[in-house]
Design a protein around this ligand. Sequence first.
Ligand code: PLP
Length: 371
Amino acid sequence: MSHYLDHAATTPMRACAVEALASYSGLLNPGGQYASGREARRVLEESRERIAELLGADPIEVIFTASGTEADNLAIQGLYASSQNTRVVSSPLEHSAVRETIEHLPGAEVEFLPLDKGGHVADLRALDDPAALATSMWANNETGALQPVAEMAERAVASGTPFHIDAVQVVGKIPVDFHQLRATTLAASAHKFGGPRGVGILLARRSPAPSAVIFGGGQERGLRPGTSNVAGAAATAAALAEASVEMAAEAARLSALRDELREGILARIPRTEVHTVEPALPTHLFVSFPGAVGDSLIMLLDSAGVEASTGSACSQGVNRASRVLEAMGVSLESARGALRLTLGRTTTPEDIRAVLDVLPAVVERARVAGV
Ligand code: PLP
């Protein structure tokens, strides 16, 4: 049996979500003006209401999308399209769903917020001048570092700048209150909290609202047209409700396991560098073993029954050093030996022991293999 430590990539679906998917998959088009359409619409709208309540939003502010990536795109492209300004403020840590989207905004001049060594944004002054939009992830997908999004939103909004939060790593793990945050838009993704893959959530205020950037039948306030995925929405609501109930206990349980993992690694493996610096999610541990190469680490771990990731995405089969570590000023040698271990609902003390049992020999082998 393998030990899965890549929950930040995706986490197994909750039984309640599987059950909701199975029970509602037979529903028909919620746009239908007849009994079966009304029944599908009732399930869709109840799911929307449940999610709105759990995230501190109004039901009308909940837009179902097909992924977290799509939610980020609709918000960023849509807010940019509704502004005359071409200035965009962002962090240098963003997931490709945000980074690439910003790179493709026509004529945008992007300003990045400076970082401290722990991967937290360190100087928010760029948010005080008006921009088309400002955007930041709440938690980084590699390090788990939590950004001060409430303060960022407040400063952006005070200068008249709409603020988007990529909360994909956060929703279901720490409490989210959209209205209290004062953000304009927020993106989440169901498969990160035990919902189905292929369902995203965009929270979007009525004003300022993103302009539509894809067009069709007008569903989801016209921002994400297309026949709705009713069963996916119901499964997402079920998963989020369960995650919210378990949230506090799971955060305590997982941070204790994560700390045990970090201390165990530091005690067993020389020259370990830890990149996860508080404040951070309780689920993430991003470390480096200089002299080893991340790809070798994950392959050797895989053959020893441990599933983990280097954190950075590979492009055409070649893993580049993490941009996040690069932005944090980590040396290339350290960045190349990075390993991301992320915990979740199914993680047990046995999983942690298994990693601690096999990792020292894996690192030693990877270091001998070197580049
Ligand atoms: N944003 C962050 C911070 C993520 O970690 C991810 C997924 O890894 C995404 C966006 C994209 O979400 P999805 O996989 O639902 O497209």
